[in-house]
Ligand binder design. Structure first.
Ligand SMILES: CC(C)(COP(=O)(O)OP(=O)(O)OC[C@H]1O[C@@H](n2cnc3c(N)ncnc32)[C@H](O)[C@@H]1OP(=O)(O)O)[C@@H](O)C(=O)NCCC(=O)NCCS
Length: 139
């Protein structure tokens, strides 16, 4: 097992992992999300690679103020063996190497397993409401 930066050639395997982990939604294009994060200077996707292939991923980005984590995924057959924890440590290392002072992430309503996982890692709920809108049709 090793954590490495994803490359463009990993796209299909990573998107399949996200689908297997129920992280994709109809309003997001996972292939485009992957391509943008891998290509950009302020973001990366890291993957956990086993002999059989990619079994984990985490997307991390530095917006110039905070560090954000997305698409943390561990293959359902490989869970509860510490891989999620290792991927989060890799994301933290990446952000700390850039001097980013804080990691943040969003958890979808009802994802109690993820909340239990993050709580175990010491992440704390923040007293904020996240607002958003898509920008595609703004221009
Ligand atoms: C959340 C996720 C990444 C955790 O990955 P993992 O490799 O199973 O996690 P780890 O083995 O590193 O777990 C570390 C600790 O977190 C806690 N934990 C992990 N999964 C848990 C769960 N489902 N319920 C309760 N606690 C959990 C445990 O304390 C665990 O230690 P233990 O196994 O010794 O009890 C994985 O369940 C997953 O891919 N879920 C689907 C995708 C998802 O929801 N991602 C997060 C989006 S915000």
């Amino acid at each position: 097992m090793m954590v490495r930066a994803a490359q463009a050639k990993d796209q299909a395997a990573v998107v399949a992992l996200w689908q297997a982990c129920d992280l994709t939604r109809p309003w997001n294009d996972p292939a485009a999300d992957f391509a943008r994060a891998v290509a950009g200077p302020n973001s990366t996707v890291m993957v956990m690679e086993a002999v059989a292939g990619i079994v984990g991923s985490v997307m991390v980005g530095d917006d110039g103020h905070r560090g954000w984590v997305y698409y943390l995924a561990v293959d359902p057959t490989a869970r509860r063996t510490g891989l999620g924890q290792q991927l989060m440590a890799a994301a933290e290392d990446w952000l700390m190497a850039r001097g980013c002072p804080k990691l943040q992430l969003m958890v979808r309503d009802g994802n109690t397993a993820a909340l239990a996982f993050y709580q175990e890692l010491g992440l704390e709920p923040q007293a904020v409401v996240t607002l958003g809108r898509f920008l595609e049709n703004k221009r």
